[in-house]
Write a new protein. Sequence first.
Length: 74
Amino acid sequence: MSEEKKKEKIAVEEIPANVMEVIERVVPGGTIKKAEKREEKGKASYKVKKVVEAGEYEIKVTADGILKKVEQED
């Protein structure tokens, strides 16, 4: 069994509702300008770049809605 890491760019509409709820709760409003679905060890997660008035954020959320990372970018 290989421990393959996969990532693919996806449309915002492809992000599951439970993941979007977490993204909106931690960084309300703004626009998602990039979204990726990642798979590692059989577990899916989502990474987005979101732009709001206060700046740009990178947010990672697991497929089951657990927040993994929020980072404001320069």
